[in-house]
Design a protein around this ligand. Structure first.
Ligand SMILES: [Zn+2]
Length: 476
């Protein structure tokens, strides 16, 4: 609210108060005062009306101004997004999500009040991410969702992440980079040689091809993934390379040329020309096919050889991993990873088992030193010392451990007794009197043992109760 509006409202309030006072005065006024007062009241009413009118006009003007300001601010902010490099979450066909480097083509405010940006990927690793050359020329005959290539990837602005500038000084001999292959997709590769700091000889891991690339065709990887790269570069057998060449063949079949270039740029009606500038920046030459030598196909082709007998989900996953080539080796790699993970799990399990046994050992030591019955004590003969002694010097933790241990022994004794009773039944059925008497003796021993354990347990419980109540006493 502006100062004008505020002062107008103050005056209006004042006029209304005055008018009310005049009306009050009129009630008690003499006849000659009345005429004057009525005149003043009329004037005031007119002033109030005028003030109200002017107030509403001012308010309307102000809200108009702020609206248009907001609009132009938003438009400015949105247009400032164009050309911004960022990371965009890309949803793979098999359901996973990965963040990929992209450039924002344009943006729009949706009806739901959310800002969506349209982005093209700088380093497409699959065809779905690759900008559609037909669309760029304004004559793709497929709809946005039917085309095998990207017509710009729409994503909510709040899902877009910052992309820091690449540090090309990171690229040294032997390091891993993202590099553009002949098919215009980007794959992982190892830098084998750097020539004059501007050309890079890169060995692609998916096919073992070595290409000489300029700076625009390599991109430093954020993290050097030593582990996976070493697995990537492991030897590939004949099956794999055969598969690779089959894929490549399938890939290159149907490369078409000669799309009409007159219509180029029609698509930019919606993107204010930023697209072609960006495409030019990425090395796209007007009217040519995509690719290093402009050899990329122009007609969208979907020919893909998948490993036999795999689920579609699996194939998609493999294709994403492999970037459409050499899926068998990738599958092997994934299996190796899985096997490794399993070994790791087993090691962890063993370790925790070991830990448990160490714990047991400590406990048994502890119990042996502090309590009269340890695991080593022979059953039935362990009553040389009474069980129910000397709990007083145990710490609360030791007492608890002790109590658990006794509980465990009670259950074990109960199980043993049940077993003995069963075998006693069996033996007496067979009429084996010697065995029966032997079992009876053991049974008696066991039952004595159990009685003592139970007594011990009661004793521990008492001790715990006592401590609880005494600790309560010390609190107050
Ligand atoms: Zn298209």
């Amino acid at each position: 609210m502006s100062k004008d509006t505020q002062s107008l409202q103050c005056s209006l309030q004042l006029y209304k108060t005055q008018l009310k006072q005049i009306h009050d005065a009129l009630l008690v006024a003499s006849e000659e005062q009345k005429a004057d007062l009525e005149q003043v009241a009329k004037d005031l009413e007119e002033i109030i009306l005028l003030t109200e009118t002017s107030l509403s006009t001012t308010a309307a003007q102000e809200s108009d101004a702020s609206d248009s300001q907001n609009e132009s601010n938003l438009e400015e902010e949105l247009s400032a997004l164009e050309g911004v490099k960022c990371k965009v979450p890309f949803k793979y066909e098999w359901g996973g999500i990965g963040y990929h480097n992209a450039i924002i083509l344009g943006s729009e405010l949706n009806e739901d009040g959310l800002v969506y940006v349209k982005a093209v990927f700088m380093h497409p690793t699959n065809k779905k991410m690759q900008p559609c050359p037909y669309y760029l020329e304004g004559n793709c005959k497929y709809s946005d969702d039917k085309c095998h290539y990207s017509h710009g990837y729409a994503v909510r602005l709040d899902e877009v992440q910052d992309l820091s500038d690449p540090d090309y000084s990171q690229i040294i001999e032997g390091c891993m980079v993202l590099a553009k292959y002949k098919d215009d997709l980007w794959y992982k590769g190892r830098v084998e040689d750097i020539i004059k700091g501007t050309e890079f000889s890169v060995k692609f891991l998916h096919c073992n091809d070595v290409l000489l690339l300029n700076l625009h065709c390599v991109y430093p990887l954020e993290e050097q993934e030593e582990d996976s790269s070493s697995e990537f570069s492991t030897e590939e057998d004949d099956d794999d390379s055969q598969f690779t060449s089959k894929c490549l063949e399938a890939y290159n079949t149907g490369c078409a040329r000669g799309a009409g270039v007159e219509s180029f740029g029609l698509w930019e009606q919606h993107t204010r020309g930023i697209g072609s500038r960006l495409m030019a920046k990425m090395g796209y030459v007007h009217g040519s096919g995509l690719g290093k030598e402009g050899e990329g196909r122009i007609e969208p082709v979907e020919a893909m050889v998948f490993p036999p007998g795999r689920s579609l989900d699996r194939c998609m996953e493999l294709r994403e991993e492999a970037g459409s080539l050499n899926m068998l080796s990738v599958e092997k790699r994934l299996e190796r990873q899985k096997a490794k993970a399993e070994i790791r799990l087993r090691q962890i399990a063993n370790a925790s088992e070991r830990k448990a046994s160490v714990f047991d050992f400590i406990n048994s030591k502890l119990i042996k030193n502090s309590g009269p019955h340890s695991k080593e004590a022979p059953p039935g003969t362990s009553s040389s010392r009474p069980r129910t002694t000397k709990l007083g010097h145990l710490t609360r933790e030791k007492l608890n451990v002790h109590s658990l241990q006794v509980g465990e022994e009670i259950r074990k004794a109960e199980r043993d007794i049940a077993k003995l009773k069963q075998s006693l039944q069996r033996q007496s059925d067979h009429g084996d009197l010697a065995s029966v008497s032997q079992i009876r003796l053991r049974l008696v021993d066991k039952e004595k043992d159990l009685d003592q354990l139970r007594a011990s347990d009661r004793h521990i419980v008492n001790e715990q109760k006592q401590r609880k109540s005494s600790s309560k006493l010390t609190i107050f």
